[in-house]
Write a protein that binds this ligand. Structure first.
Ligand code: ADP
Ligand code: ASP
Ligand code: MG
Length: 416
């Protein structure tokens, strides 16, 4: 995955004539047989218009959740290698069925698993990191006239085992495949028409964005905007791949994630790009040395967040499912003494370090809504607040209403 250095601005040209279209379809987009047929039709149409097509597919609908539940029914702490062997099946089903649908339309498609597609990862089962992609087989199939369907979310460890990349990982697979093929763009088809200034399911007044800077998108994704997996945004930045997030149910343009840093700070004020939330964000009280806690989490690819040391040690593990945290600690013989079930809201503003008013405004808005912050953390680009899980939606709506207004990307309100 050699490519442009992170931070260099990516050219906006359409992919070179030799680069195929690289698409990704999420779970809802291949959620049933009719949708699979519609996806196949879109691919066949594009190929007939003269373009090579490589599509990375997710598992159908919520089928990965169903596989997770099957594993849980057998074991509370299954061997991670076997869990990956199970979870990787979902993407293989959608790719094989879509290949059949293409054949029904008179086209030709070949499905490739992550290992078959040359996607190499490290050996961290359940949260593997892609090390590189050898695109030879994908390229050969495209040159042979086939539509190539690559399973998202998976790759091959140095031992030759199948690994998975972490939930939502198909986005990263798609951008990595685009980079490996030399494509300048990766189109991600999903069940919303665009990236919005907040999750439109929670904030009905959220604005759709025509473009968003990669740095802002990364912050939103890290704060819980599940519309794109953070790693996919990082890969796009590192390899100069523009991401186009759009609806799989139509042809309209969605949101382009591209562009350089630009001037996001004006006279000591900072634009708020958006608000993101998470419902599953907890504080864990642990009676063990901090280093051991961090190491136990790291062994499962989890990162220790905030730490409050007192008579007892309380920690957060941002973005990690509580079952994964408990399992990681359990595997190292560390017990969780208690757990406070919370959620989080994140306000993203790239100029925040020089515009502390964003933090003040965030806390004022929460106070006015009667929402008590349980933990506040700030970075130069984001303020994150843990709040009671049942107040997350209220907090998200109140912060969005106060800090993000205006049409499209042009007129975001600034917080002094
Ligand atoms: P896919 O299965 O296609 O990968 P996801 O469910 O992972 O789709 O992501 C799409 C969902 O992301 C939307 O249905 C929406 O509820 C949610 N979402 C969260 N934050 C945002 C946001 N800022 N803009 C758009 N959608 C968002
Ligand atoms: N099927 C996987 C998941 O549900 C990967 C993905 O859809 O991106 O997390
Ligand atoms: Mg997704």
């Amino acid at each position: 995955m050699a490519g442009r250095r992170s931070g260099e601005s990516a050219p906006r040209s359409i992919s070179g004539p030799q680069a195929p279209l690289v698409w990704k379809f999420g779970g809802t987009s291949v959620g049933d047989h009719d949708r699979i047929r519609a996806v196949a039709q879109r691919m066949v149409d594009a190929q007939r218009s003269g373009r090579g097509v490589v599509a990375v597919l997710s598992a159908m609908g919520k089928s990965t959740d169903a596989l997770v539940a099957q594993a849980a029914a057998i074991s509370a702490n299954p061997p991670l290698r076997e869990l990956d062997a199970l979870l990787s099946v979902g993407e293989q089903i959608s790719c094989a069925l879509t290949a059949m649908a293409v054949a029904e339309l008179g086209g030709r498609a070949v499905s490739l698993t992550g290992p078959q597609a040359g996607i190499r990862t490290d050996a961290t089962h359940g949260g593997a990191r892609m090390l590189g992609i050898d695109p030879a087989r994908i390229r050969a199939a495209v040159e042979d006239g086939a539509i190539v369907l690559v399973t998202g979310f998976q790759g091959e460890s140095p031992d030759g085992d199948t690994t998975t990349l972490g939930r939502g990982g198909s986005d990263a697979s798609a951008v990595a495949v685009a980079a490996a093929l030399g494509a300048r763009e990766c189109e991600i088809f999903t069940d919303v028409p665009a990236v919005f200034t907040a999750d439109p399911r929670v904030v009905p007044t959220a604005r759709r964005l025509a473009t968003i800077r990669p740095q802002e998108m990364l912050e939103l994704a890290e704060a819980g905007a599940g519309v794109l997996q953070p790693r996919s945004v990082e890969l796009g930045m590192a390899h100069g791949v523009d991401i186009h997030l759009r609806s799989s149910f139509g042809t309209e343009e969605g949101t382009w994630i591209r562009g350089g840093a630009g001037d996001f700070e004006v006279a000591g004020t900072a634009a708020v790009a958006g608000v993101a939330h998470r419902r599953d964000e907890h504080l864990y009280t642990i009676d063990a040395p901090l280093g051991a806690v961090a190491a136990a989490l790291a062994a499962r690819g989890l990162v220790l967040g905030a730490v409050v040391s007192g008579p007892a040690t309380t920690v957060s593990v941002p973005a990690a499912a509580p079952e994964a945290v408990v399992a990681a600690l359990d595997a190292a013989g560390i017990a969780v003494a208690s757990r406070e079930d919370l959620g989080s809201v994140g306000v993203v503003s790239l100029g925040l370090a020089r515009a502390p008013g964003v933090v003040t405004a965030t806390l004022d808005v929460l106070a006015a809504a009667g929402i008590t912050p349980r933990l506040v953390t700030t970075t130069p680009a984001r303020v994150s607040v843990l709040v009671a899980a049942d107040r997350v939606d209220d907090a998200t709506r109140a912060l969005h209403a106060a800090l993000v207004v205006g049409e499209d990307t042009g007129a975001r309100r600034t917080a002094a």
